[in-house]
Design a protein around this ligand. Structure first.
Ligand SMILES: *Cc1c(COP(=O)(O)O)cnc(C)c1O
Ligand code: SF4
Length: 313
């Protein structure tokens, strides 16, 4: 779905059309799979899934401190789609594409990543990893790496299998949540045959993002040998309450997914209305820890440009 008015009318929310921003939609289009829309609540103006995808007037506000490259990726980009800002880990910007456009994402300013690792049949990315014995983990990220074909992804892992110092593979993808049909037989056959232990990090911000179809896709991924984790972003109006965060953790676990990170928002231009301040974030996190089993409490972290890993709050 690419049309804000059509989306709102499907949801019985025509009156929200006045809050839609044409410039925001022109700069970073609405894009959301029907499978995800199906989990939005009809007639709910504050639906937490709708809020993540609707281009709104709030995005036009210019707020000091909210910038274009909030996480320093431009500086860390070492070569064709390979980011080496985390110690021991090579992050491949496999593709700039996603199935969904999340309004809080840094991608809003780089919708078409100019240098992706898949360009030139992965050659440059594989060469950069082969040349650095300090890299023992390869992280497929994006954009969303699963927006590439499985055949294209298999070309990469075949090449990586020949590099002895690569010991782990990780995939970061929101597709099992927003478009569970992507987890098809071909994908599972590829994953099941990989020569490394596989960590698979999904991205869901609210318990309502799970349904039976998503559960089934996640069960299939686990069946192919993946260990599943979730990363979420703390977002005002989406999940900034103890109840919402607890429900997210519990629902993730029910789907076989370990809550991993709760990210403080990257201060990206146009996203200030999603920010939760650090004091409130800590308070929510402490309340969550007091309520839930330890393994259901994600780490509260912030990405700091130049750091070699996530900074705990
Ligand atoms: C933080 C981060 C990583 C590294 O994750 P760790 O789990 O801390 O090793 C990889 N990719 C992205 C996009 C990240 O933000
Ligand atoms: S799926 Fe991830 S990378 Fe893609 S727009 Fe959403 S937050 Fe950004």
């Amino acid at each position: 779905m690419r049309d804000p008015r059509e989306l709102l009318s499907m949801l019985g929310l025509e009156t929200l059309a006045a809050t839609v921003s044409a410039p925001a939609a022109a700069a970073f289009a609405l894009r959301v799979p029907h499978a995800f829309i199906a989990r939005m609540r009809h007639g709910d103006r504050a639906d937490p899934l709708l809020r993540q995808v609707l281009p709104v007037l709030d995005e036009e506000r210019v707020v000091p401190g909210f910038v274009l490259d909030a996480v320093g990726d431009a500086a860390a980009r070492a070569g064709h789609g390979v980011i080496r800002k985390y110690r021991g880990r090579a992050l491949l910007v496999a593709t700039g594409s996603c199935a969904i456009n999340c309004r809080y994402c840094f991608r809003r300013h780089f919708p078409y990543a100019e240098q992706t690792a898949a360009a030139g049949n992965w050659r440059e990315a594989v060469a950069a990893i082969a040349a650095d014995p300090g890299i023992d983990e390869v992280i497929l990220s994006g954009g969303d790496p699963l927006s590439l074909s499985t055949a294209k992804l298999a070309e990469l892992t075949t090449a990586l299998a020949g590099i002895a110092h690569v010991r782990r593979l990780r995939i970061h993808s929101r597709l099992p949540v927003v478009l569970p049909a992507r987890v098809d037989d071909e994908l599972l056959a590829w994953l099941g045959a990989l020569p490394w232990p596989l960590a698979f990090v999904i991205h869901a911000n609210h318990g309502n993002e799970f349904d039976a179809e998503v559960d089934a896709a996640l069960a299939r991924l686990r069946g192919a040998g993946a260990t599943l984790f979730n990363q979420a972003v703390l977002l005002r109006g989406v999940n900034d309450s103890v109840d919402a965060l607890a429900a997210l953790s519990e629902r993730s676990w029910q789907a076989g997914v370990v809550p991993y990170y709760l990210h403080q928002l990257d201060r990206v231009a146009g996203t200030a209305h999603f920010e939760v301040d650090d004091a409130r974030a800590r308070e929510l996190h402490q309340a969550l820890a007091a309520r839930l089993s330890g393994y259901l409490v994600p780490r509260l972290v912030r990405e700091v440009a130049g750091d070699e890993g996530k900074r705990p709050l």
